[in-house]
Design a protein around this ligand. Structure first.
Ligand code: ADP
Ligand code: ZN
Length: 743
């Protein structure tokens, strides 16, 4: 390496170190995701860039981290107001000075943001595109030290994208206003045409173009033909008890039906579609995001602007509109990179539903749409690794099949024993029917059906009539579709008549042998067990599931109090880490992925107290498999006494001391002591809250509980006119739950 090459390398290494340190300090993550480091370096080096990463690939960090290591203010253009607020809330929860400017802010709030800009206190500023081009803001920005400009969801600039927004076109002027500031564009859209358009429209100069792998290895794909739709949906949901999932339906009516039926079966589901009043729709969406219901049943209207990372499954209860749509919609599962399941349920009849929906479109548009829908049917019928098929559609190759992250590789199917003979029977029937009939009809002839049409056409006289009489109609139809997917047959014209291709003739002559697949023969119990084992993966290894659930409740409570979304408090991965390693000190808490300095400071005491108390009651070890904990004994100060602290607190409660006396005596925060107290109440089955809460207030809280129940604290808080502190409500609720358990 030349001398200057060497020093560049050294420089890059130190820049990388700075970035890595920032990720660790602020986010509590230990490493970059693929391409993140390169993407961040191009920001730090002030070279324009276009970064294409799939949903969940971690695009936001690509600009958020450099914003921390560089001087000045980073400006982020983002199209959706709701996402802007989410991003800013999440950044602030990590201790990063971020703000946004959009039409929802009051005049005072906007002024505060401008003050922050001027004083240099702000690190990141989110703006809507139309707002950025507003002359007052531009004037202010020109006077500010702007480190770089990031353009999120950059495909909105392209007419070829799926979400063109005319205001994005105005961004062309940014380059002229800020000739010396680097521009960075981010998108998940995979097509070449859109990428080129972004570079041109934004006038990026010699940009570094980074295109990530499109495969989502944490997603497990499967495809099933519908026979009992609700039952099939339920079996996916049942593999993920208490976890969030989305069920997509083609029409509003189906959304309502599926949602109602799921509720009748005792699941908590809410509908979402464009026909609902705005307020109902957004309340349903919020309830889902806040983990108050597990399931949202929706048309494709749902999803934009929803960044919920812990969606554990996406079921399509009908054919999606295209493979691009499928990738986007199913991609809403597992954004947090934990395992998640995508199940596509379809029936041939879905084609007709789409035809009806598209009937008012101009012919050309309808034609293109119908081709896309047929392409996804091809995906269903190909029975090749789903991961390989999906990335191939986007022009990438996966060298190896996925192993066991799709139904095909997992062995949900097996090869038909004599594919050549079965194929020949099918193809010769098509031939004898003069290639003038569709899939179902052909299947009926092969099955030997007494169908009126078959009889009227005299096809019960064909030599192929009843040749496959021992197979089900669905199986025969499926084989016909498989032959079409492999191009031995083709379907043409408005009625999708089945015809024989050149390679089809070769099959008849025995020169080519198709690959035919059938569902593996096993009992449904065997199947269910095998599936749930394989879908779960090992990301739960060592996790105390009960503690995980307990921490999930704590997270929901904290989110309500802090007015944050639960995933902004801690991700599912962080909760699993906590329930696996069960840290006993701040130092060890910081080792858990997703706990940075700020969260450790803000939530540490409370979380540690809950974990301590839980481990005490359930006799679980703490600091399991943590780096330093194994090597050296627990530090003497806080953590050695963590359990002891809970015990000491318990003794003091037993003596009848108040929370604030105990907080003083032990030198702990009230919130920590409050955590000890609820554990104490549970452990000792305390049913009376009056030692800690004024009698009158207990009465008020009790009547509020009678009104709104005690599943969640927030409704009680609101019922009480928001003037009784959460700590007191929590105590009374804990006692009430003990009482109800006794009854
Ligand atoms: P995208 O915008 O590409 O869909 P996000 O930026 O929302 O993805 O990131 C998805 C999730 O992954 C977020 O919860 C984010 O905090 C997390 N994440 C991003 N980068 C990392 C990393 N290097 N290590 C661990 N988690 C990460
Ligand atoms: Zn596979």
């Amino acid at each position: 390496m030349s001398e200057s090459g060497e020093s560049t390398a050294r420089l890059n290494a130190s820049k990388s170190d700075a970035l890595r340190e920032a990720i660790e300090e602020y986010w509590g993550y230990d490493d970059f995701r693929p391409l993140q480091e390169a993407a961040m370096l191009s920001v730090v080096e002030e070279r324009d860039s276009l970064v294409v990463l799939p949903t969940g690939g971690g695009k936001s960090l690509c600009y958020q981290v450099p914003a921390l290591t560089m001087e000045g203010l980073a400006v982020v253009v983002s199209p959706l107001i709701s996402l802007m607020k989410d991003q800013v809330d999440a950044l602030r929860a990590n201790g990063i000075a971020a703000a946004y400017l959009n039409s929802t802010l009051s005049w005072d709030e906007s002024r505060e943001v401008f003050d922050g800009m001027r004083s240099g206190a702000l690190t990141l500023l989110y703006v809507a595109p139309e707002r950025l081009m507003n002359s007052y803001l531009l004037e202010q920005l020109v006077k500010t030290n702007v480190s770089f400009i990031a353009i999120d969801e950059a495909h909105c600039v392209s007419m070829w994208g799926h979400d063109f927004r005319p205001q994005y076109r105005e961004l062309k002027q940014i380059r002229e206003v800020f000739p010396n500031i680097a521009l960075h564009a981010y998108t998940a859209t995979a097509t070449e045409q859109v990428r080129e358009d972004i570079v041109n429209q934004l006038n990026l100069s010699d940009p570094e173009i980074l295109v990530g792998p499109f495969d989502r290895p944490n997603l497990s794909y499967s495809v099933e033909q519908i026979n009992d739709r609700i039952q099939q949906i339920r079996s996916v949901v049942d593999r993920h008890p208490d976890e969030s999932g989305i069920v997509y339906c083609i029409s509003r009516k189906e959304v309502e039906n599926v949602s109602n039926t799921l509720n009748e079966f005792g699941y908590r589901a809410l509908p979402y579609h464009a026909g609902l009043p705005d307020d109902v729709r957004s309340a349903n969406q919020d309830a889902f995001i806040q983990d108050q219901v597990e399931i949202i049943v929706a048309t494709i209207a749902f999803g934009m602007g929803v960044d919920k990372p812990n969606v554990r499954y996406v079921v399509h209860a009908g054919l999606p509109k295209s493979l691009e749509n499928y990738q986007q919609e199913s991609g809403r599962a597992g954004r947090d990179n934990l395992e998640a399941e995508c199940c596509l349920l379809y029936s041939e009849g879905d084609i007709f539903s789409w035809e009806r929906i598209l009937s008012d479109q101009p012919d050309a548009v309808r034609q293109v749409s119908m081709d896309s829908i047929r392409a996804i049917l091809g995906y269903c019928h190909a029975y090749l690794c789903r991961h390989q098929q999906l990335v191939a559609h986007f022009g990438q190759t996966l060298e190896e099949s996925c192993g066991h992250h799709c139904d095909v590789c997992r062995g949900d199917y097996e090869l038909v024993e004599d594919p050549l003979v079965v194929s020949q029977k099918i193809i010769s029937s098509v031939y004898r029917q003069d290639q003038r009939f569709g899939t179902s009809y052909t299947a009926a002839v092969l099955k030997g059906s007494r169908d009126k049409k078959v009889l009227a056409n005299g096809h019960d006289q064909l030599s192929t009539y009843g040749l496959l009489k021992n197979e089900s109609l669905a199986a025969i139809r499926n084989w016909i579709n498989q032959l079409a997917a492999q191009h031995y047959l083709k379907k043409g014209g408005e009625y999708q008549l089945v015809q024989i291709t050149e390679s089809g003739w070769k099959v008849l002559k025995g020169e080519l042998t198709p690959r035919l697949i059938q569902p593996r023969v096993e009992t449904s119990a065997e199947r269910a067990q095998r599936k749930s084992r394989e879908v779960q993966g090992d990301a739960w290894e060592g996790v105390d599931q009960n503690l995980f659930q307990h921490l999930r409740t704590l997270r929901a409570e904290m989110a309500e109090e802090l007015v944050l979304k639960p995933y902004m408090v801690f991700s599912d991965e962080t909760l699993r880490g906590l329930a696996r390693h069960r840290p006993s000190s701040q130092e060890n808490l910081l080792q858990i992925k997703g706990v940075g300095q700020k969260k450790c400071q803000d939530y540490g005491d409370r979380v540690l107290a809950e974990i301590d108390a839980w481990c005490d009651t359930h006799e679980l070890d703490q600091d399991v498999d943590l780096k330093q904990a194994a090597a050296r004994p627990k530090p003497a100060t806080k953590s050695k006494s963590a359990n002891a602290q809970a015990k000491q607190a318990f003794e003091l409660f037993a003596e009848g001391k108040t929370e604030s006396q105990i907080a003083d005596e032990m030198g702990r925060a009230i919130s920590t002591v409050n955590g000890y107290l609820t554990s104490y109440i549970e452990q000792e089955n305390v049913t009376d809250a009056t030692p800690w809460v004024d009698k009158l207030i207990v009465g008020r809280i009790e009547s509020a509980i009678d009104e709104v129940g005690c599943d969640r604290l927030k409704p009680i808080y609101e019922q009480l006119g928001e003037d009784v502190p959460y700590e007191q409500i929590r105590i009374v609720v804990a006692c009430r739950r003990q009482r109800e358990q006794e009854e």
